[in-house]
Design a protein around this ligand. Structure first.
Ligand code: ATP
Length: 433
């Protein structure tokens, strides 16, 4: 059932222009994906909502956009060159490599060799992606960032010196990260190139303060996903046991979604898509950075919320996927839906209808991202908008020409209402509020 659902979602994502396999015309490229015309809208809407809530609606958070490639010393100091790895084993029979902590996958592989398994000793495989730069040989080795976080720490002093920020405060960032994953898979869930949305929140080094801030952001982030419509029953926290924590974490919780596929730990369904980490003074200390507060100087502690944009997009898609009889629709929160509305002239070959529909389309376009469709019949147009999650479809029919009203059809109920043309914008705004 789970994988059947995934197959439907992967097929819909391709058919309707959400997500395509990367470099598909050359056979794809493992762990890389491209977002199509509606996929980029979903992803952008997630990022915009995140930025609005994490930066604009607060007075203690500022933004940053650091470079993807940094001086390699950063990764030495941060501990990534030594400790940023996953446990790897190799099948001695066919030399395929696996994550040693994915029991489900290892068991499954045994069946490919008549139930025989013979794996090498576990070793740590570093996930950093190397790049070579410069014109002279040997070229200079650098890395595509394995997490966006370090860009914030190395700019900590710059931000403090150039802005009116005072502890406690946060720096928010959204951007690409790269990991040479051992086993990319489960659609975009484990990619080699992906995007993160992160907040690093700096506080005084104080146990009480640390606990309070950690709890605050933990709840805040869970509530954020609920606010944008994720099903509560599909979400949970998972605490990292002390011996399984990342090299920098004093305390760590994941927000997990019950996905139709198994998690890396082989625990059916539950898969991480955001981590809340208490990083203590680990990073600023590594980079030798301190903070001066009047006559006090100290190394601040950091509470981090680290979410994956692609995993969030995937889980919003899976959660929104609904089938009712013959109908398939995405019940996406209207704020996240690629288009807020679609406009149709009832018949494409009636000039008056098309002209009027264009007028309505042009008016709506100034406030929202709106789709236009005059192909096929109305039923087909509804079906295609349903599959990309457009919340409202506005149809211009013969009655429109007489009384200046249109029908507005609701994606979730399929009910239609007549609304005056000059009230449609307000109608949609009220629904979005
Ligand atoms: P996992 O255990 O699944 O490998 P992680 O614990 O290494 O994930 P973090 O380092 O905490 O992940 O990264 C923060 C977030 O970045 C994750 O919650 C996830 O949303 C996203 N992320 C990490 N690795 C990937 C990946 N390979 N593909 C897509 N998103 C990722």
């Amino acid at each position: 059932m789970g994988m059947e659902l995934m197959e439907k979602i992967v097929a819909l994502a391709k058919r309707r222009g959400f997500i395509y396999p990367g470099s598909e015309i050359y056979g794809g490229f493992g762990g890389f994906w491209d977002y199509g015309p509606v996929g980029i809208e979903l992803k952008n809407n997630i990022k915009k909502a995140w930025w609005k809530d994490m930066v604009y609606s607060r007075d203690d958070v500022v933004g940053l956009d650091a470079a993807i490639i940094m001086n390699p010393t950063v990764w030495d100091k941060s501990g990534h060159l030594k400790a940023f790895g996953d446990p790897l084993v190799e099948c001695k029979i066919c030399h395929r490599r696996f994550r040693a902590d994915n029991e489900e996958e290892l068991k499954k592989h045994g069946s490919e060799h008549d139930g025989k398994t013979d794996f090498t000793e576990e070793k740590t495989f570093n996930l950093m992606t190397e790049v070579l730069l410069g014109t002279t040989e040997p070229k200079e080795k650098a890395y595509l960032r394995g997490e966006i976080t370090q860009g914030v720490f190395v700019n900590f002093k710059n931000v403090v010196d150039s802005n009116r920020v005072k502890i406690p405060f946060g720096i928010a960032q959204i951007g690409k990260a790269f990991r040479n994953e051992i086993t990319p898979g489960n659609f975009t869930f484990r990619s080699r190139e992906f995007e993160q949305m992160e907040l690093e929140y700096f506080i005084k080094p104080d146990e009480e303060e640390g606990k309070k801030t950690f709890e605050f952001w933990k709840e805040e982030r869970m509530n954020w996903y609920l606010r944008y419509g994720m099903n509560k029953d599909k979400l949970r926290f998972r605490e990292h046991e002390p011996d399984k924590r990342a090299h920098y974490a004093r305390e760590a919780f994941d927000i997990e979604f019950e996905a139709p596929f198994g998690s890396p730990r082989g625990e059916a369904g539950w898969s991480e898509f955001e981590g809340i980490h208490h990083r203590g003074d680990y990073d600023l200390k590594n980079h030798n950075l301190t903070y001066k507060d009047m006559d006090e100087e100290y190394t601040p502690w950091v509470i981090e919320t680290s979410g994956g944009v692609d995993r969030a997009a995937l889980f919003f898609l899976i959660d929104a996927f609904k089938e009712e009889g013959e109908r398939t629709f995405l019940k996406l929160n209207p704020q996240l839906a690629p288009y807020k509305a679609a406009v149709f002239p009832l018949l494409a070959n009636k000039e008056d209808l098309v002209k009027k529909a264009r007028e309505v389309f042009d008016t709506l376009k100034s406030d929202f991202y709106v789709a236009w469709d005059d192909r096929g019949n109305i039923g087909k147009r509804y079906a295609s908008q349903d599959e990309i999650g457009t919340p409202w479809c506005v149809t211009i029919d013969f009655q429109t020409l007489e009384d200046d009203t249109v029908t507005v059809r609701d994606r979730d109920t399929t009910k239609q209402e007549r609304v005056a043309v000059d009230k449609v914008i307000q109608y949609i705004k009220n629904k979005l509020a």
